[in-house]
Design a protein around this ligand. Structure first.
Ligand code: FES
Ligand SMILES: [Fe+2]
Length: 395
């Protein structure tokens, strides 16, 4: 008997809502349009600290760049207003905003005010052309730069961060030394984000790095929800996250154990113990973002920031600490890349069957709670973006 033909793959409408943007380019575009309104971590403030420094990244599915002009940070879509060449091609740099195609030059407001032979080319002054880059909103907090597409009436960054703010200020203080690395991953950003919220996969996916001690005991892990965001810690106590928050607010926080802060949609800051030498424990913080590039492609961006999150010690001990921290900073990226590559491989696998996801995930309440919280926020943000704007009062 001839074999029965395989059932056709589900159409886009049959794919579960949470996974639709991982299999359908149109759904991905709509999702990114909605999420571009949400404050999104873009880079470290230290990467745009000097006048003229810029950093190119992606926001809401569009190429953007952030640039410092004196004491102001500005952000723009990375598309020239003349004939739409990207202004920035490298990841980062320093210099005036000049398009390489015909040398149009833009000021800090994004206006094209330096246009070669403008009178001859257009018969007017540059200002009269009124050409400008599209702006994005940018704001720095605790050494981190966030951005979003213009969102009149949208919440402030402080409101968006809420109680996550003092924790970020403790984990990511400005001025720490850091290293950055990035890689493109052929997987949707949500699969990659989910794995950062998943404490169930460690034994199966990271046996040689994290898994030797077996599964975490649910009683040893505490999850907390901060508005759209969430946190994880293995610190002991009845309400260890509240304790961390109180210490961070008081400026007395000291690293003691794992602590992870995830901001919706794509930011994670993990503080982890690296080594103990001469009675001093050293910690690192890894800041992670999965920039969505397409429904099936993302760019992993990772920053490893030096710890320890403790007061500097005087004298020779302080010299030893700085030396030890440099050694730690050289070793940690090797392990971080290995762990991230293991996560990426799993997500690449999920991507290959994304069109066949027709159900909700069977999330473990003990180990995958934060994925559920993330999905609730995700659904709410997409629903909010579909609401018509409230009518403006008459002028
Ligand atoms: S496209 Fe940028 S100057 Fe012409
Ligand atoms: Fe992992």
């Amino acid at each position: 008997m001839p074999a029965a033909p395989n059932a056709p793959a589900p159409g886009p409408a049959e794919v579960a809502a949470w996974a639709r943007a991982a299999s359908d380019p149109a759904a991905f575009a709509a999702e990114q349009q909605a999420l571009g309104r949400v404050w999104t971590f873009l880079c470290l403030d230290a990467e745009v600290a000097e006048d003229g420094q810029w950093f190119r990244t992606d926001l809401g599915g569009r190429s953007v760049f952030i640039q410092r002009f004196g004491d102001r940070l500005r952000g723009f879509e990375n598309v020239c207003a003349h004939r739409f060449h990207p202004i920035r091609r490298e990841r980062s740099g320093k210099g005036a905003v000049v398009c390489a195609f015909h040398h149009w030059r833009y000021n800090a407001e994004g206006q094209a005010l330096g246009i070669p032979v403008c009178d001859e080319a257009y018969g007017c002054l540059p200002k009269q052309l009124g050409a400008r880059l599209k702006s994005i909103e940018v704001e720095a907090f605790a050494g981190l730069v966030f951005g979003r597409f213009p969102h009149p009436g949208g919440e402030s960054l402080a409101d968006f961060l809420g109680d996550a703010a003092p924790i970020l200020a403790a984990l990511c203080p400005p001025g720490q030394a850091f290293t950055r690395f990035c890689a493109e991953v052929p997987a949707n950003w949500k699969f990659l984000t989910h794995v950062t919220l998943d404490d169930y996969h460690i034994v199966a996916v990271h046996p040689s790095t994290f898994g030797a001690n077996g599964y975490l005991k649910a009683k040893d892990v505490t999850y907390a929800r901060f508005g759209r965001h969430s946190a994880y810690t293995t610190e002991p106590g009845d309400d260890p996250v509240a304790g961390v928050l109180a210490d961070c607010r008081a400026g007395t926080y000291r690293a003691r154990d794992y602590f992870i802060m995830n901001l919706f949609p794509t930011f994670g800051a993990s503080q982890f113990h690296t080594i103990t030498l001469l009675g001093r424990a050293y910690y690192s913080v890894m800041v992670l973002r999965y920039a969505p590039l397409a429904h099936d492609r993302s760019r992993l961006e990772a920053w490893l920031i030096d710890g320890p999150i403790a007061p500097p010690r005087p004298g020779l001990l302080g010299v030893f600490d700085r030396f030890a921290q440099k050694v730690v900073a050289r070793i940690v990226p090797f392990y971080a890349r290995r762990v991230l590559a293991e996560d990426n491989a799993v997500c690449e696998g999920q991507q290959t069957v994304a069109r066949q996801i027709t159900e909700d995930q069977r999330l473990s309440p003990a180990f995958e709670t934060r994925i559920g919280w993330f999905e609730e926020t995700y659904a709410a943000e997409l629903a909010a973006a579909r609401q018509p704007l409230a009518p403006q009062p008459p002028m």
